[in-house]
Design a protein around this ligand. Structure first.
Ligand code: FUL
Ligand code: CA
Length: 479
């Protein structure tokens, strides 16, 4: 009997080894498994909620009366439902914004839900969201503002301990936290305060090793340098953080990243669905349209970023119907555009190939599998035969970023009446690059020409799509 078990064990090991992904050598700078998962989410929701919601303001004062907080119809399941409709995979809530009011009953301050009339002071917004997220199958993230206008310790070294205490509460009470958001913002007249970011990071790593840490300069995820949700046309997931700190970073640099960066810190594109971050009734008519949201999607996710889209609950504790219908519209358009990939399972010829990484992997619909050029080839041409004339105006390209980010220049050509015509070009690709053509192109053969890369060229997916009629034209991008 024993010998049979042994044989069975060996057979299982062998099968596992065959299934396990073999990779070509990676770049020295590459994502952690958590960062990779983080980026694959593409869409994340932000919830700005707190005393500002009740005072109709963007930045509070720290002097708000906790009794002003009373969201009598609060329903975190409605938030989660809306986020899921949009395709978001995580919801990040302002557990504490700059005004210092805490949405959970922190034992380190009186300035919280426990002194509000909501649920007679027994409520906990973070708990309600954590439960709703778990139930809905999405992840929870926490925004904890370092700047705190209420806490008297702010400005002294004791505040660092206070912040660590609050972090510990949040990181040990609500289950897994996917992302921890440390805002670099601080008012001009705020007290001087030397944050002990090293200690904050160490505690997060200790208590929630799988959480990605956002700050302007990472270490898990970086700010994209603007609040419009736009990554740079060129966008590297690598930067050098030397000489920079949260609140003291070069926003242009963050926007494009740095091909020479020695740390992997991908960009997150934060933007609100309304002009403000918090809910204001006068902005009910200024919710971004589905077309605007889709345009932002192209400029964030389509440029190797993640999109962190803010949805502010109103004083009832609910998302407004205008916001929900805009989200639904955005999702419908994206689903329609990306419904059918004209390149799927189509055959490609490559200028060269690394044994075992053949071109079928470019069109198998699986972003984990990839084609690679022959070792050391930093440029390559791929020719795709679509089998019949195919019309498209959107192109999607992906790199297997678990190997690091490589491509820095590429172009796409389509065969038109027997001649190759350039239809699109770009610099970086990264996790995902989406290109919008001015007009639809009909072709049977197309070429992807990677002109330059920092290591052997590898691509995981090529997609060709025809945009939904509802998309409209790309919107002008003010700098
Ligand atoms: C900024 C803050 O000052 C805003 O109020 C908002 O929270 C935004 C996401 O970050 O820095
Ligand atoms: Ca693939």
């Amino acid at each position: 009997m024993k010998i049979h078990f042994w044989l069975l064990g060996a057979a299982i090991l062998h099968a596992a080894a065959t299934l396990a992904q073999r990779d070509i050598p990676a770049n020295p700078v590459k994502p952690t498994p958590q960062q990779l998962q983080y980026q694959q989410q593409e869409l994340i929701g932000f919830l700005h909620f707190g005393v500002n919601t009740f005072s109709d303001s963007e930045w509070g004062t720290g002097k708000e009366d906790p009794r002003s907080f009373n969201p009598t119809k609060l329903d975190a399941r409605q938030w989660v439902q809306a986020a899921k409709t949009a395709g978001m995979k995580t919801l990040i809530i302002t557990a504490k914004h700059h005004d210092g009011f805490c949405l959970w009953p922190s034992k380190y301050t009186e300035h919280s839900v426990k002194n509000s009339p909501w649920k007679n002071g027994k409520g906990d917004v973070v708990r309600e969201l954590a439960d709703a997220c778990r139930e809905g199958g999405i992840k929870l993230g926490i925004y904890l503002s370092p700047w705190d206008m209420h806490e008297p310790k702010y400005g002294t070294s004791e505040y660092n301990q206070f912040y660590l205490n609050q972090l510990r509460e949040l990181l040990t009470t609500y289950g897994p936290i996917a992302e921890l958001w440390m805002d670099g913002a601080k008012g001009e007249n705020a007290k001087n305060m030397e944050y002990d970011f090293e200690a904050y990071r160490a505690l997060i790593r200790q208590l929630q090793p799988n959480a990605v840490i956002f700050s302007d300069v990472g270490p898990g995820v970086r700010w994209i340098g603007n609040e419009r949700g736009f990554a740079g046309e060129t966008c590297w997931s690598t930067i050098n953080t030397e000489g920079m700190a949260p609140g003291k970073a070069d926003s242009k640099y963050l926007n494009t990243g740095d091909p020479k960066g020695d740390e992997w810190i991908p960009g997150e594109c934060d933007v609100s669905i309304r002009p403000g971050w918090f809910y204001h009734p006068k902005e009910d008519s200024r919710v971004k349209t589905p077309q605007q949201l889709v345009d932002i999607y192209y400029k964030s996710v389509g440029r190797n970023g993640t999109l962190l889209l803010n949805l502010p609950p109103d004083p009832n504790g609910l998302l407004h119907e205008n916001d929900i219908s805009a989200l639904r519209g955005m999702r419908e358009i994206l689903n329609e555009t990306f419904k059918s990939n004209g390149a799927i399972k189509k055959l490609a010829k490559a200028s060269s190939q690394w044994a075992g990484f053949d071109t079928q992997r470019l069109t198998d619909g699986n972003a984990d599998t990839y084609w690679a050029a022959k070792e050391g080839e930093t440029s390559a041409t791929l020719e795709l035969n679509l089998g019949r004339p195919t019309t498209f105006d959107r192109i999607a390209l992906q790199e297997p970023v678990r190997l690091g980010q490589r491509v820095s220049a590429f172009r796409v050509e389509a065969e038109q009446n027997g001649a190759w015509q350039e239809v699109a070009k770009g610099t970086t690709i990264g996790y995902k690059r989406l290109l919008r053509l001015d007009a639809p192109v009909t072709a049977q053969r197309i070429r992807i020409i990677v002109e330059q890369a920092n290591n052997t060229v590898a691509l995981s997916e090529i997609g060709l799509y025809k945009a939904s009629e509802r998309e409209g034209k790309p919107l002008a991008e003010k700098k």
